[in-house]
Write a protein that binds this ligand. Structure first.
Ligand code: SF4
Ligand code: SF4
Length: 234
């Protein structure tokens, strides 16, 4: 506001001076007007600098806002857990079932460069009357049909979420189940070489697995059989 007033005075000064003088007096009057204008400019700039400094000091004195977010419940479940995959292959060995939904079957078929009908008949069997869900076949020894040499998953990049999310399954997140799983199946759980996990990253996996297994459970209710859920992560 102050700057505007001074600018108005500045623009008005030369014309008033010009109106008051005629002939030889005009030069002297114009000089006075120019001096007044220069003075007004200095005052204007000083006032604007003072206003800017005041705003800067006020901003510096205001404490930063803090966000108060509720803790992510999935991250809380992961607190203190440690894991490293040793690639022992045990989670894919022996009897067990891997269920795959329609999108996962399509991804597996693409990975294997075969048509979906061919893939379904060769590597899966009917599992549920609910459309889309299938069960992967097992080898004669019980291992997953895609396990090679007891340790290597031959469809690793397209393995179903049941496999890729292990051991970040909701049913394993309480401490007793976590420890029991480590003793019975997965040597990577609380392994001596394991590091604390990236809680944010694994919380996203756990959350996806929770939603996925809810869908799977709904399919299981309509299923023709329901047996041991294979861990499958190799
Ligand atoms: S997830 Fe566990 S059981 Fe499976 S290969 Fe890794 S360490 Fe072995
Ligand atoms: S990760 Fe899953 S699909 Fe791959 S071999 Fe293991 S159980 Fe089979």
């Amino acid at each position: 506001m102050l700057g505007c007033t001074l600018r108005a005075a500045l623009s008005a000064a030369p014309s008033r001076a010009g109106a008051q003088v005629r002939g030889s007096r005009r030069v002297a009057g114009t000089c006075k007007a120019a001096a007044a204008a220069a003075e007004a400019t200095r005052e204007c700039q000083a006032a604007e600098a003072a206003a800017a400094e005041g705003e800067r000091q006020q901003a510096a004195a205001t404490p930063p806002r803090t966000l108060s977010l509720p803790p992510n419940p999935y991250e809380l479940l992961l607190e203190g857990k440690r894991f490293v995959c040793t690639e022992c292959g045990k989670c894919c060995q022996g009897s067990g079932e891997v269920w795959a939904n329609e999108a996962e079957c399509a991804a597996l078929a693409r990975q294997l460069n075969m048509s979906l009908p061919h893939f379904l008949s060769r590597y899966t069997k009917a599992y549920s009357r609910k459309p889309g869900w299938r069960m992967l076949k097992n080898q004669a020894n019980g291992d997953c049909v895609f396990l090679r040499d007891g340790r290597q998953c031959t469809v690793y990049g397209a393995r179903p979420l049941q496999c890729s999310s292990y051991p970040w399954w909701p049913e394993l997140m309480d401490d007793a189940s976590w420890v029991a799983e480590g003793r019975a199946v997965c040597e990577g759980i609380e392994h001596e070489d394991a590091l604390p996990v990236d809680a944010q990253e694994k919380a996203a996996v756990l959350r996806a697995a929770t939603d996925y297994f809810a869908d799977q459970a709904a399919a299981a209710e309509e299923g023709q059989r329901s047996g041991k859920k294979r861990r499958g992560s190799a």
